[in-house]
Design a protein around this ligand. Sequence first.
Ligand code: SF4
Ligand code: SF4
Length: 372
Amino acid sequence: MFTQTHQAGFLPVAQLNVLVAQLMAHGYRCLGPHEENGAIVMRPLESADDLPRGLQAEQAPGHYRLTRDPQQRYFAWANGPQAIKPLAFAPQETLWQVRRDAAGALQFEAVLPEAPALAIIGVRACDLAALALQDAHFLREGRRDPHYARRREQLFLVAVQCAEPAATCFCASTGDGPTPTAGYDLALSELADGFIVVAGSDKGHAVLAALNLAPATSQQIEAARQQGVAAAAAQTRRLPGRNLRDALMSQLEHPRWDAVAARCLACGNCTAVCPTCFCHAEVDVPALEGQSSQHERMWDSCFGESHGHLHGFNVRPDIRSRYRQWLTHKLATWYDQFGRSGCVGCGRCIAWCPVGIDLTEEVAALTAGEQP
Ligand code: SF4
Ligand code: SF4
């Protein structure tokens, strides 16, 4: 992010509003962090004055609390329960509808979403990595999902380097953070008196040019680099950096699956907050007048009983098999589909699990005795 010194600008903290104004002038509706129900969520904003300042997110297994940042930074919180995923892969939407016409024939019609140009301010490196995985799934050749594609192409991503990882974060070990390296339009690094701003796309370069910033100094760039190094070093959780496929798939009868199943509530929170999970269900919703129906897609979870139901039987009838499916898909067979693990180290599934199940602990137990 900070190697092209000549392209990095410096935005004084008092001028953060100028960035929001420029994004709007380029036709984007802006979304940014907002404090709601005790968590950070992405909501529309009109100016930088709408951004919360001085918040941090204290996170631990089964625990998320907003606290005060004594340095009054804008982006000292690590992440909230959601970021980009619901803005590209909608939690619920109509894919197509069917109506009976006057002659009694069925008329099928695709339903595509309205998708305004959206600038999202404050996305994290882990979320960019997760979006790349969602792209690999929804935009794969020959199976391009038009609903996802329409929203995705309208996104302008303003990433922010994480300077204060939560105790649940482990993106350094998965290679996905804490400093954004790809996938953004603009990336910010927050220093005490302002932001280093770099562009990562043509759209980003256009906005950066319009900001007309003074170049960042080499001292500022070095301070941002060191901030990223310190944030990575501060992470205490980790996943092994190697491909865990064989290590996990050779442990399908490990007693740890029973132990974790005894704790797991099969609530699906972990899959709802996970930025890479893409499972969904499709249902037909008939109108009461009996002449039309809508075909809807909604987020689903491999922890739900119906998700494993095939014709006549359930392939995952108990929580043990559902947790095992989730972990082994995410960390093992995902390699077969996408060439990498499905975990970007955001730690959300740890913080938002009501019983505090920690996948890094589960993996350590399942692979104990294997090569580190
Ligand atoms: S598995 Fe957990 S830590 Fe990994 S990307 Fe999903 S929510 Fe984040
Ligand atoms: S691991 Fe935790 S969040 Fe996931 S289904 Fe089980 S209890 Fe719910």
